[in-house]
Design a binder for this molecule. Structure first.
Ligand code: KIV
Ligand code: ZN
Length: 511
């Protein structure tokens, strides 16, 4: 069976879309998930786009051992040189350069003739090849390009050393039959087409990204570019979980293998949603909460008789645990550790202790601790060093008063470097009052709220509330997370975490 190379661009195409920006730690966390899932290539960013992007591409390149790490670059010497600087320490580095080939892009964006574009594509591929043997060339807006011009470009870049040629559907315009025909056409007409791997990179503007990627593979592509949860510009990119599970579920139609460990899909999806402060739409394919829920009587009856009546894949294949062992206050550290291991977490001793402490706290508030609770605790502990790291404020206590006939008030007591701070504030509601009191103490730089989102981890009124706060200041996003059965406390903790990050960035700028 042919192997399909999985190229994940969550950290580049995904991260560059509005509301999806991640800080360095979050990017490393996603990179680790991708490595565990065994994607072949991680596109870690666009190194020249900012010093922060350069640093994160470089750090991912130095951290990840089991995947190729790529940086995107425009087809210019400076971009390519910077991309190489960022990825050169990777065990397996790749430079990914791109240049538009459609008449629209060449005339209005690049202001270049097709002849010039052809020349630049070949020259810049050769320039990148001086540094690195693994070179990917992308013909941006390929699906709106002239097919015979594409043949010339692909031929030229393969001669110049490209080892992967990507045919992006940049604006999500193509259809499955057209994509399949285009890849087959290029493979047939380009003289040395067997010297490079053909790749597809589909956007989802018409909801066809997964179908187009699979069709591209049937046309002869052997690399799929995709993102976790389908993040990406506008309507997003091909969702990794969808293409993988389509091939997994229909092996006769798609007789291909990948390296992907599908049991990591659920966790990777949750991690990415957690980081960007969103939750999966209930009906999202593969990873939505309803993907395996059966509500109607007819369906329930069928599933009870035989799961396959209404389930084409198993939750276990995605790493979703269905033997929901319930832990409680009598469960010891080993039981918690074992369960976390079964859920796919390998935590450091320090993280484990933090998890166990949060678990015990939760046992005082909630009788049965489910897998969903435990996963939320583990995700929270893995990321909680963010707070200490920014050496910021911590919550000591808060006291609120709210009713439907008086103005809400909140008193907040925070601590920083052993010193205690207290303030009180009135507000339009308890959250407004609490955040106002925090602002009075911390005095963060001016900011707006991008997201304030409360998500219940499980069902039931004693559920954990998982709160995400995203602030925007001077175009940058600062994310805070809080987890508690008390949503007010979770909100306060999340807001403190976000303003701590904002203050750390302000301090760095002023230094
Ligand atoms: O959509 C696109 O064309 C891209 C390229 C840079 C590969 O993201
Ligand atoms: Zn793209």
């Amino acid at each position: 069976m042919d192997q399909i190379v999985i190229f994940d661009t969550t950290l580049r195409d995904g991260e560059q879309s509005p509301g999806c920006s991640m800080n360095l730690k979050e990017k490393i966390e996603v990179a680790r998930c991708l490595e565990r899932m065994k994607v072949d290539i991680i596109e870690a960013g666009f190194a020249i786009s900012s010093p922060g992007d350069f640093e994160s591409v470089k750090t991912v390149a130095e951290t990840v051992k089991d995947c190729t790490v790529a940086s995107l670059a425009r087809a210019t010497q400076k971009d390519i040189d910077t991309a190489w600087e960022a990825v050169k320490e990777a065990v397996s580095p790749r430079i990914h350069l791109f240049l538009a080939t459609s008449p629209l892009h060449m005339e209005y964006k690049l202001k270049k003739t097709p002849e010039q574009v052809l020349e630049i594509a070949a020259a810049m591929t050769a320039h990148a090849k001086q540094y690195c043997s693994d070179i990917e060339f992308s013909a941006e807006d390929a699906t709106r390009s002239d097919w015979d011009f594409l043949v010339k470009v692909v031929d030229a870049v393969i001669r110049a050393g490209a080892t992967t040629v990507n045919i992006p559907d940049t604006v999500g315009y193509t259809t499955p039959t057209e994509m399949r025909d285009l890849i087959a056409y290029l493979r047939e007409k380009v003289p040395d087409s067997d010297k490079a791997i053909f790749s597809v990179h589909c956007h989802n503007d018409l909801g066809l990204a997964t179908a187009n990627s699979l069709a591209g593979v049937l046309g002869g592509a052997r690399q799929i570019e995709c993102t976790i949860n389908g993040l990406g510009e506008r309507a997003g990119n091909t969702a990794l979980e969808e293409v993988i599970m389509a091939m997994h579920t229909r092996p006769v139609l798609y007789p291909f293998t990948t390296r992907i460990d599908t049991t990591q899909i659920s966790r990777a999806s949750r991690t990415v949603y957690n980081i960007i402060g969103q939750t999966a739409p209930l009906n999202k394919p593969i990873v939505g909460r309803n993907a395996f829920a059966h509500e109607s009587g007819i369906h329930q009856h069928g599933v009870l008789a035989n799961k396959q009546t209404y389930e084409i894949m198993t939750p276990e294949a995605l790493g979703i645990q269905t033997n929901n062992i319930v832990l409680g206050k009598h469960s010891g550290k080993h039981a918690v550790e074992d369960r976390l291991r079964e859920l796919g977490y390998s935590l450091s001793q320090e993280e484990l202790l933090a998890c166990f402490a949060e678990f015990k706290d939760l046992c005082d508030k909630k009788k049965n601790i489910t897998d969903a609770d435990l996963e939320a605790i583990a995700d929270h502990c893995i990321r909680s060093d963010d707070v200490a790291d920014e050496n910021g404020y911590k919550l000591n206590w808060f006291s609120m008063h709210t009713s439907n006939f008086t103005t809400a008030t909140c008193t907040i007591n925070l601590e920083k470097d052993g010193e205690k701070f207290e303030d009180v504030c009135l507000g339009d509601g308890p959250i407004d009052a609490a955040f106002g009191a925090i602002d009075n103490i911390v005095k963060p730089a001016p900011h707006t709220f991008d997201i304030y989102n409360i998500h219940s981890v499980s069902q039931g009124k004693d559920t954990l509330g998982d709160v995400t706060v995203k602030l925007i200041s001077e175009g940058r996003t600062y994310t805070g997370k809080g987890l508690s059965t008390d949503v007010m406390e979770a909100s306060i903790v999340a807001y403190i975490m976000a303003v701590n990050k904002l203050c750390a960035a302000t301090r760095k700028k002023e230094a």
